[in-house]
Design a protein around this ligand. Structure first.
Ligand code: FAD
Length: 358
């Protein structure tokens, strides 16, 4: 049935490896694959690099087992692709950050293992060009396109300086794109990808591009993407947010947010990368005034019609900003759910929102 039942404490990588051993693929991959667990992935509705192709963690969940605050156990591990027999209670536990129940097992959907995996690292002249390239690749490649990440200057130059491996492309472009295909026709997929990229070069959407020619080069290009985390984690006092912005509003958001942060602190450093295919930016700032920067970013996100958490959840840090992107009626409904499932407020109390308004 191409499903797997995993216990909540299993690390993501164990699920990926078990799928691989069965000739299949698990659709979610994130940098924390070695430590992040199935329970934590479910609770945070983890996303990662291939949401474009496979959806978020929610899309992988066919069923869950969860223990409620009163000790009752809900088990739904039949793995049915279709089951409209009443409410889908599984959905309540996905992305609710452990506030409604403790997940103990999950039945997860697996996918065919791709025969082809190729990626390309592209220097592009602007965010508009990166968005145009995304549209072209989607149009030409359809579901073959499996990931589409961006890295904005000056992050690429700063992280390349400390990288042991050689840089795939010279520093100096405003935006870099890492695009990936996963396909089932190894004799055709790479050619289709190369043709789409070459067309984009001719259309001046791409300035420079390097395409992986071997599994080693494929891994090396992904390692460049993961280098962003290594570089950013090494900076003390950096503030880091994970937001989603409609693509049509992203350029305005980036321009106005940077101007407002620099008006408060002209020496602030801003580092941005993310999953452009999902409208998801990881936005980092080193500044002497973190409180002002948080306010500027989150109000900018709200003005753009975005979300204050694209994939990392609200937790404790972001709950003061939730009201910017969720209506009073939505937050009141969340409170009613919490009170119904956990009347004594014993499960992750104070996460996402406080039970009492105000
Ligand atoms: C290097 C790095 C890269 C990352 N990249 C991405 C990325 O690209 N995309 C993305 O979406 N995320 C990313 N993340 C965040 C990641 O998704 C979460 O940290 C992870 O999914 C949480 O799993 P965990 O086991 O670490 O949970 P924890 O951090 O232990 O817990 C997270 C939350 O889930 C709750 N929880 C944990 N287990 C259960 C359970 N069994 N039942 C109910 N609630 C539970 C906890 O109470 C807590 O509220 C990244 C994190 C790191 C460190």
């Amino acid at each position: 049935a191409a499903t797997i039942v995993a216990e909540a404490g299993a690390p993501l990588q164990m699920v990926q490896d078990a799928a691989d051993a069965a000739g299949l693929l698990f659709g979610v991959d994130i940098g924390a694959r070695g430590t992040a667990t199935v329970g934590g992935n479910v609770a945070t509705n983890a996303g990662g690099i291939r949401v474009l192709r496979y959806g978020m963690y929610r899309a992988q969940v066919l069923g869950l087992e969860a223990v409620l605050a009163d000790g009752s156990v809900l088990t739904s591990l039949k793995g049915l692709p279709k089951d409209n027999s009443g409410y889908d209670l599984n959905q309540l536990f996905i992305g609710s950050e452990g506030t409604l129940g403790v997940v103990t097992r999950a039945c997860l959907r697996l996918h065919p293992k791709p025969a082809t995996e190729v990626n390309a690292f592209c220097a592009v002249p602007s965010l508009d060009a990166a968005i145009a390239l995304l549209a072209q690749l989607r149009q030409k490649l359809g579901p073959l396109l499996s990931a589409y990440d961006v890295n904005f200057a000056p992050l690429y130059g700063a992280m390349i300086a400390g990288m042991e491996a050689p840089a795939p492309l010279p520093v100096g472009s405003p935006v870099y794109v890492l695009a990936e295909i996963q396909g089932s026709e190894s004799d055709r997929d790479g050619d289709r990808f190369a043709a789409a990229l070459m067309q984009a070069v001719e259309d001046d959407v791409i300035d420079d591009v390097v395409v992986s020619q071997s599994p080693r080069e494929f891994r090396a290009l992904w390692a460049v993407r993961e280098e962003a985390n290594r570089f950013l984690f090494s900076i003390a006092g950096l503030i880091s947010v994970d937001v989603s912005i409609p693509l049509a509003k992203m350029a305005t958001f980036l321009r106005e947010t940077e101007a407002a942060i620099k008006a408060v602190d002209p020496s602030a450093d801003i580092y941005v990368f993310g999953h452009l295919g999902d409208g998801n930016l990881h936005y980092q700032v080193r500044t002497v005034d973190p409180a002002a920067a948080y306010g500027i970013i989150y109000r900018g996100v709200a003005a753009a019609g975005g979300g204050v958490s694209a994939e990392h959840g609200i937790g404790l840090d972001k709950k003061e900003w939730l009201h910017l992107v969720r209506s009073d009626a939505e937050i009141a409904a969340m409170r009613r759910l919490k009170a119904a499932f956990d009347p004594n407020n014993i499960l992750n109390a104070g996460r996402i929102f406080d039970l009492a308004p105000g």
